[in-house]
Write a protein that binds this ligand. Sequence first.
Ligand SMILES: CC(C)(COP(=O)(O)OP(=O)(O)OC[C@H]1O[C@@H](n2cnc3c(N)ncnc32)[C@H](O)[C@@H]1OP(=O)(O)O)[C@@H](O)C(=O)NCCC(=O)NCCS
Length: 169
Amino acid sequence: MSREFRIRPAEPGDAAALVELAQAVGSEPEGWLITTSNWRSAGDERRYLKSIRRYPHAAVFVAEAPEGIVGRLSVGRDPHPASHHVADLGLMVAQSHRRRGIGQALLEAAVAWARAREVRKLELHVFPHNAGAIELYERFGFEREGFRKQHYRRPDGFVDAILMAYEVR
Ligand SMILES: CC(C)(COP(=O)(O)OP(=O)(O)OC[C@H]1O[C@@H](n2cnc3c(N)ncnc32)[C@H](O)[C@@H]1OP(=O)(O)O)[C@@H](O)C(=O)NCCC(=O)NCCS
């Protein structure tokens, strides 16, 4: 299947589409995301995207299809000097565009970003019920590093999370 999307760094002009995507994925009843209803506004998103344009320690990548923005990956380096080689990531793909390789392509962009900055480890948290995401991450090469009990507060209470990490070579 030909790739009907391209991966590129997010631009401030993507802000409204990115907020819409996050709100749509965040409101899926399965509860995939840590941030649900209180996603930042389009104005704050635009300011954030502007602020990281020349900032070397964080990035947002988008997947753009003919229909518009259909995926987002954000990555940010740990500010502590002792763990400055570690970056945390977040990922989402529009429900309409899943299982087309977009998640994997966004992860590849994150690895290239990390490699260019001598980030040696990418980490993320995923909810234990998110079997599809766990499958993607494990197939990609992420390993389970820990189980965080009651680590996140969501509208319906505290929930556990699996900590996963990928060694950048
Ligand atoms: C998890 C998510 C990012 C995957 O994105 P995607 O673009 O559909 O993933 P890809 O198409 O690149 O999948 C690559 C491989 O990962 C595995 N995979 C991905 N989604 C899967 C699913 N739901 N069930 C089983 N395996 C899955 C498969 O092996 C897949 O290859 P295949 O389609 O050839 O079988 C997407 O489902 C999503 O955004 N979900 C809601 C938000 C979310 O859970 N974000 C992650 C929070 S930690």
